[in-house]
Design a protein around this ligand. Sequence first.
Ligand SMILES: [Zn+2]
Length: 307
Amino acid sequence: MKLTAFVLAAWLGAWGQAQGIDYAKIEILTEKIAPNLYMLSGSGGADPGHQDAAGGRIGVLAGPDGVFMVDAQYAQVTEKVVAAIRKISSEPIRFLVNTHVHVDHTGGDANFVKLGAVLFAREELREEMSRAAGGDPARLPAITYGMGDPVKFRMNGEVVDLIPVRAAHTGGDTMIRFENADVIMIGDFYRNYGYPFIDTNNGGTLRGALEALELTMKASGPNTRLVPGHGTVINRTDIVPYRDMILGVEAKVREMIGDGKSLQEVLAAKVTAPYDAKVPGGLLPAGAGTSADRFVSMVYSQLTGGK
Ligand SMILES: [Zn+2]
């Protein structure tokens, strides 16, 4: 039981330090996905934790009312992100909202606040961030909200909804819906590169992640584009096999726990094998082990009450 906590701590430690990232090599690539909505991603091959695209994806809503941003990437690439935004719009960067606390999404927050952006996030995210060792007060959100109705922004001809998600990838997740563009940025509770990562140290839960997937399907129409923090853009039908994979692995792990198996025995049984061919990056290192091992360890920990 101690080993589970140890292994998770090792993974999270490796993640927290964001080791081995070649920031100088990261280029910021811009993709226009609606008339005034853009997605900015880091280039591949520079971030060992995210081989396909460095850091977390940024959203930029541009127009005469100023720039609205979703997430801020690593602090080390802020200048490149600003340069990419300036190619889209010369208006002030007014608002920034975080999908969740992880440094590949929030590292640049303080830099954008210094440039004049007002930072919005869940109250839980603010708590997670203020707990983090060496937390910079300038990174703490100025405006926070809880689990109530969505916070709405009306700007640049768009209606933007900040939809709070209960304890999923972390304890302070938000989905950001752009109503007219019919796009939802869903953060990291869904991912199609590597196995799911649920950060239980920051309040994430397996049950919450499954609920978040249901909420996403309910909030989406047939043409809604769902933009994860990492990986490719999907729509609601892509959620179904992902949810079923989580439920399948959970059922297998539960069965083995019922048979008295230890975490080591469950990991050795390679319970993700039926899914590995369909999960790109699933067997690549994610901190101290593969993302499959990290995922199975999390499921084991959640099903045994974190012991
Ligand atoms: Zn994350």
